[in-house]
Design a protein around this ligand. Sequence first.
Ligand SMILES: Cc1cc2nc3c(=O)[nH]c(=O)nc-3n(C[C@H](O)[C@H](O)[C@H](O)COP(=O)(O)OP(=O)(O)OC[C@H]3O[C@@H](n4cnc5c(N)ncnc54)[C@H](O)[C@@H]3O)c2cc1C
Length: 411
Amino acid sequence: MSNHHFDIIIVGAGASGLMAAVRASDQNLDVLILEHQPKAGIKILSTGNGRCNLTNSDLSSAHFRCEDPLFFRPALEAFSWQDTIRFFEEQLHLFCKEKNGYWYPRSNQATAVREALLAGCRENEVKIRRNEEIREIRKKDQRFHIRTDQDTYSAAVCILCCGGKAFPKSGSDGSGYRLAKAFGHSIVKPLPALMALYSDRSELFVLAGVRAWGKVSLFVNGTHVITDEGELQFTDYGISGIPVFQISRYAAIALHKKEQVLAVIDLIPEMTKEELEAYLTAGCMEQKTQAKEQLSGLLNGLLPKKVTEYLIGQAKGTLKDQIRQISSEIKEMPVPIVKTASFGQAQTTTGGVRVTEIDPDTMGSRLEEGLYFAGEMIDIDGACGGYNLQWAWSSGALAVDSAAAYIRERN
Ligand SMILES: Cc1cc2nc3c(=O)[nH]c(=O)nc-3n(C[C@H](O)[C@H](O)[C@H](O)COP(=O)(O)OP(=O)(O)OC[C@H]3O[C@@H](n4cnc5c(N)ncnc54)[C@H](O)[C@@H]3O)c2cc1C
């Protein structure tokens, strides 16, 4: 074993680590990335359904969730969504295109984003050591000394970019938290976020496969927490789709605290319950066919057939009773939530390194000089829509710029 010396060692070759590496080597710093997977940037390939939604033109605070609502602003201001586009287009020659504020590579291929970052690393002679497990990181004589299962390294700065626990097959298996803990950092319980929710209301499972526009509201112990609107998906275990993903981190946190979690679906947000009841009642009176057929015909004009069949099958009593029950189910369909999908299906992590222990202006540890953090391993999570990657780019850029300034000051 020999000891290799660097200015900066980055742990983790994911979105934030690769961004930090390209930017560090631009500043003539000698950089090493240590990655425990055989390949770098693997998660990027799965982002945006293989298209990689790499940022969003609306970076307002409402799209980021964090214990300190001001924590993420300095990084997002230091490296904005415009900086992301400039970085990829001007520096890495990867052209981007926008649709309704969502940005993708022009080629529509996530692989192009990974390739561009790796090309940036190659061009700047960033060293990437893959397939190495870190055994220990310790600080001695103002330098970080890293021992892996294969070699030893040292650097003035160490940036931890290990991701969270979501999608562990891409390498983010939570092992980075152990490295942060060794320096005294505390970890807010990591839980999955941006994923489907499981219900025990099994009669709804007949709707599996249905996709319908609607609103989903989350209630915890009877109190409304959040509502989102978009294309909902019914599954044979519960509910899914982007609006469900958006509310899912609140469900995960509440379930972890053993609180009661209820999702309520509104399948026709553009009508009130009274308007819907009046419409169905008037429509049934106009028609000359049998009551159930009349109702079914009207509902088929509003909702997917499978939903109509389910609603008609459930309704009991007089026509008036049935219209009331059906309207209630359409507007306030209760879906008790008993479980979330696992980290294996989640797109991000809520929880991670506690933000009060990190300086938001530098991404530097408040506990250990020269130690920095970036990306999903910090306790901050973004909504669906390019926010998690933007956080990875912004925090990676800020961490490395601060680290470069720290190295210059020391020399
Ligand atoms: C299916 C899916 C789709 C997504 N789609 C989008 C999208 O379209 N837009 C968006 O904004 N976000 C999306 N995300 C979220 C986004 O990909 C992540 O938030 C982002 O990649 C986090 O970047 P990161 O650098 O913090 O961590 P990661 O990209 O997870 O990288 C962490 C790296 O560190 C390595 N590592 C971990 N521990 C160690 C260790 N102990 N030693 C050495 N190496 C280690 C890992 O192997 C990995 O390479 C998606 C996520 C998933 C799972």
